[in-house]
Design a protein around this ligand. Sequence first.
Ligand code: NAD
Length: 474
Amino acid sequence: MDFDRDYTMTIGGQAVSAAEVQAVINPATEEVIAHAPAASRAQLDDAVSAAKAAFPAWSALSFAERQEALRSIGQRLNHFKEDLMRLLTREQGKPRAGAEWELTGAIIWCDEIAKHELPILVAEDSPQRLIETRHIPIGVVGAITPWNYPVLLALWKILPALLAGNTVVVKPSPYTPLTTLKIGEMLRDVLPAGVLNIVSGGNDLGKWITQHPDIGKISFTGSTETGRRIMESASNGLKRITLELGGNDAAIVLPDVDPKKVAKELFWAAFQNSAQLCVAAKRLFIHADVYDDVAAELVEFAKTVKMGDGAQQGIDLGPIQNRMQFEKVKDLLEDSRQSGHNFLLGGDIPEGKGYFVPVTIVDNPPENSRVVAEEAFGPVLPLLKFDDVDEVVARANDTIYGLGGSVWSSDITTARKIAERLECGTVWINEIHAFSPHATFAGFKQSGIGVENATQGLLEFTNAQTIVTKRLLP
Ligand code: NAD
């Protein structure tokens, strides 16, 4: 397999190119690194037809056979791990350590999701009657993914969808389609034709997927704005939907922390993947007693971190992934500057190639400023001072989002009490971004609908069917 060229879609097990193509740009250099096919509507129809045709045989396999298929996917990813990592850095911008984290996670997910089973729930088992609920696959699933973690987030959808017995059509982001296209290619001889189809293209292609009458479920990760559009469009055929959307996560730092120790953890909580992470700490609430010390340590640590082209040695943080997002983050920075906020670090966009925004730390801006209220999705972090727990919980929850959050304290009992009061799908205590294939991942409020991972995530790719059997003949 050549990871530098020949990017084709996978439709019905075949390599397919398209009449139109889209340029894919390396965000660190702004060079065009490849052209990806832009699927036509007819090609999407072909992919859905192939998935529909493959569904009866795939869903008829035993559960154990499909579990084995997931493990084979993991083995194939592992075989090409190094190539995928290099390609991921080139198309996404993340440095090697980030690419390795993502690929390692994706491979672990294959084995671990394969351990889940679809439960049969027995509501009544009496001499008169047996009432059982089983979970059966929906049919063809459409999976639509974003550009920040293109490999891992595609696998979060593909694996449970296939395990439950569905067939899948995946559409990666037009900014990062290459790794997903290569995964389609490397799995052509692992899965039966039509079981996994990969189509690439722009937002229109996403819309066609959500409108397609033969797709029964949409699993989407991306922005809240697009999530709303998907919900609207999927309502036509009453498609099932899982939406994993944006966040504006609070990290709450209590006065009993050691500022030096916690600073490094907080830095990565906020700036991992250049802050292009749905559950990055995006509002850092620090107790007034330790605010100055934590802020100073954070700035000191941030100065040791190197930003640059992720393909080069010794780089910790890469660029913003695409120009559209780069312009958004720049605009947010400019707004913060014009509002007279104090920058403890950063704030100036360097000249030159690449979509680089330096690590920027904003000193206690007002709560209603854009830099606090909006999801930056870039390395611009507001530090916010608080005095008491009730106040900080209210402020943390005062957002339309509810994805993640974290609490930092040497008193776990107190931290736990605060965690329980946060209105979000995941709360970490004294660490962050420890994900598990066996723990649900979900958003409250406008951060999403439904759940990914764990058995609950698997159940989202099924319909529940209750069978009631009367045991006594009339
Ligand atoms: P996006 O919503 O712009 O795009 C995501 C995908 O949707 C892309 O493949 C895009 O082509 C497609 N799309 C766009 N318009 C569409 C439409 N009308 N119908 C169907 N598909 C359409 O998001 P993005 O900019 O790629 O990603 C960044 C956002 O994703 C951030 O808000 C971030 O917080 C969120 N995100 C959430 C999670 C999570 O699990 N909750 C994870 C990662 C990213």
